[in-house]
Design a protein around this ligand. Structure first.
Ligand SMILES: [Fe+2]
Length: 250
């Protein structure tokens, strides 16, 4: 399926784009334009956390347009760049060039995936199932690994903010092209009941205990808000939203 250039330039509904928006003390998001994935247009979003020492942690960086990198730099020294899963790496090389002093952290599987697409990525560290020393105590993490989908989920303790990439997607009908709506419905990723995409959920069926364990960890963190990379994120009642989205695995 071909997505026209015009479609990729249409508004996402999350304007202003490439602008830091505060969502909690020391936590910001920036919404970006569309990215194609298997022919479907996805709106993009990144999350930025300022750590206690003033260093800046960037989750799933989006395209650096409109002076976004300068805005991030104004928050403090950029210390960590995160590719949270095997398919969220598109603009990481640009941010690595922009902030060569930052350490880069990649999900298991991301180097192989990007390599298969002709993109050579280099990381300083691979993300695992527990927070590294660099942010332990401030940001918790778990690795959800189905063997197909690998994603590291993060929880900023001070603000009770859970940060996901694709583990939940929540597309808003009015904000996506009409022709994608049947596919998104089929994928069970439509607001207000956006869930784990159906193909991803199927991949976890061989490891039901593992996914349940990760979900129970996230619920145990008791997040106030849940930031998603695609679609409407949840600014309140985060724990209830997790119970809704993962009701099939609890
Ligand atoms: Fe994604």
């Amino acid at each position: 399926m071909i997505v026209s250039l015009a479609a990729m330039n249409r508004p996402t509904g999350y304007e202003p784009l490439y602008t830091l928006k505060p969502v909690a003390p020391d936590v910001w998001i920036a919404d970006g334009g569309w990215i194609r994935f298997y022919g479907l247009p996805f709106p993009t979003r990144m999350t930025v956390v300022r750590m206690v020492d003033g260093g800046v942690w960037v989750h799933s960086p989006i395209a650096d347009q409109g002076g976004l990198a300068e805005q991030v730099e104004c928050l403090g020294p950029v210390r960590h760049l995160i590719a949270p899963n095997w398919i969220h790496y598109a603009w990481l090389p640009d941010w690595q060039r922009r902030f060569p002093e930052a350490e880069t952290w990649g999900s298991p599987g991301v180097v192989a995936r990007s390599g298969s697409r002709g993109v050579t990525l280099t990381f300083d560290h691979e993300l695992g199932d527990a927070a590294p020393h660099a942010w332990t105590g401030e940001i918790e993490q778990r690795l959800a690994d189905s063997g197909y989908h690998r994603e590291v989920v993060f929880f900023h303790r001070a603000s009770r903010t859970l940060i996901l990439a694709d583990l939940i997607e929540n597309f808003e009908r009015a904000r996506v092209p009409w022709w994608t709506r049947p596919l998104l419905r089929l994928g069970q990723v439509c607001d207000p009941d956006g869930r784990m995409p159906r193909d991803m959920a199927a991949s976890f069926r061989s490891r039901p205990g593992h996914l349940r364990n990760v979900v129970e960890t996230m619920i145990g963190w008791d997040p106030e808000r849940v930031i998603l990379a695609h679609g409407r994120w949840h600014d309140r009642d985060g724990t209830a939203e997790l119970r809704r989205a993962f009701r099939g695995v609890l």
